[in-house]
Design a protein around this ligand. Structure first.
Ligand SMILES: [Zn+2]
Length: 314
């Protein structure tokens, strides 16, 4: 699995990371100056070369890990690349225990690494809305795990007693395209309408189940069609349209299988990070022509510009 040199050699790993971050010329992360830095003789503990900015008013040191999820890490760069590869290529995710065993780093270091890689996988919000003219977007909600704070238990999507205290998740999927998932702390009609309105193009066809949560969608989109799950209806054909929410339900199913099988427990405050991880793999899936290697590089490309600090694993 780790045949390539960058998976076992820090020098090769550094070169790969630098190529991804600086495909043409090296820029200083402190002042943005391009092409005026030079290598010092120093190397960071992770194996990254220390550069010095040649801009007279800056003159600061930096490396390929500066201002990225790998900043200040003592884990060797080649192990970081193994971690990125494992998390990008596994269908259901990789537990901190597995990273700990495979990479031969402490459990604590593995836990931190996994969350930092999730941060690198997080979409940075610069994408436009899902859908568009003639495009179908499916929206649905599900529940995963329980609220850590039982006092929040009464806030549910439909107010059904059986769902009290569960964590609501909303997902929007463009058919043949990308997914965006949200952990909704408060998931009433107002909150759901806001999520849908902010993330789906007005020209789209929106397909949902018959939930009242999407009642306002009729006015917002080119078309809003529903399937009546409560009446046993899962697919309906209207002319050329196939109305269903199976795509988004499959996304939920992969997420839940991974969370139950691999991660088992996750604190409520981290749930959005796991959603980022599963969204990332779906949005870089094989069906779109993205294979393991390209998916790993896409995750690495998301590392700069993001930092994550934690006091302790929990
Ligand atoms: Zn500089």
């Amino acid at each position: 699995m780790f045949a390539a040199p960058h998976f076992h050699d820090d020098e090769a790993a550094r070169r790969l990371l630098e190529e991804v971050r600086w495909p043409s010329e090296r820029s200083c992360p402190h002042c943005g100056t391009v092409g005026r830095s030079y290598a010092t003789k120093r190397t960071q503990k992770c194996g990254a070369t220390v550069y010095r900015c040649g801009e007279p008013e800056c003159r600061k040191d930096f490396s390929v890990t500066t201002n990225s999820v790998m900043e200040s890490s003592h884990i060797p760069l080649h192990k970081w690349l193994q971690g990125f590869y494992l998390m990008a290529s596994s269908k259901k995710g990789v537990s901190a225990h597995q990273l700990h065993r495979t990479l031969k780093i402490t459990y604590k270091a593995a836990w931190f690494m996994a969350h930092r890689i999730r941060e690198a996988m997080r979409a940075d919000g610069t994408f436009g809305p899902l859908g568009g003219e003639g495009q179908i977007v499916e929206a649905d909600e599900t529940y995963y795990g329980h609220r850590d704070d039982k006092r929040l238990g009464k806030t549910t999507i439909r107010g059904k007693r059986g769902l009290a205290g569960k964590r609501p998740i909303i997902a929007l999927v463009e058919r043949g395209g990308s997914v965006r998932s949200f952990y909704a702390a408060v998931a009433d009609k107002e909150a759901v309408t806001k999520i849908v309105a902010e993330n789906v193009a007005r020209e789209s066809y929106l397909y949902t189940d018959e939930s009242r949560l999407y009642g306002d969608a009729d006015q917002l989109f080119a078309e809003h069609a529903t399937v009546k799950h409560s009446a046993g209806e899962y697919v309906r054909y209207e002319g050329e349209r196939t109305i269903h929410t199976n795509t988004v339900e499959n996304v939920f199913s992969v997420f839940k299988r991974g969370m139950r099988g691999v991660y088992q427990h996750c604190a409520e405050k981290h749930l959005h990070r796991y959603l980022s991880e599963f969204d990332f793999r779906y949005n870089h899936r094989s069906a779109l022509g993205v294979e393991d290697e390209a998916r790993t590089l896409a995750a690495i490309a998301g590392a700069p510009g993001k930092r994550l600090t934690y006091r302790r694993p929990d």
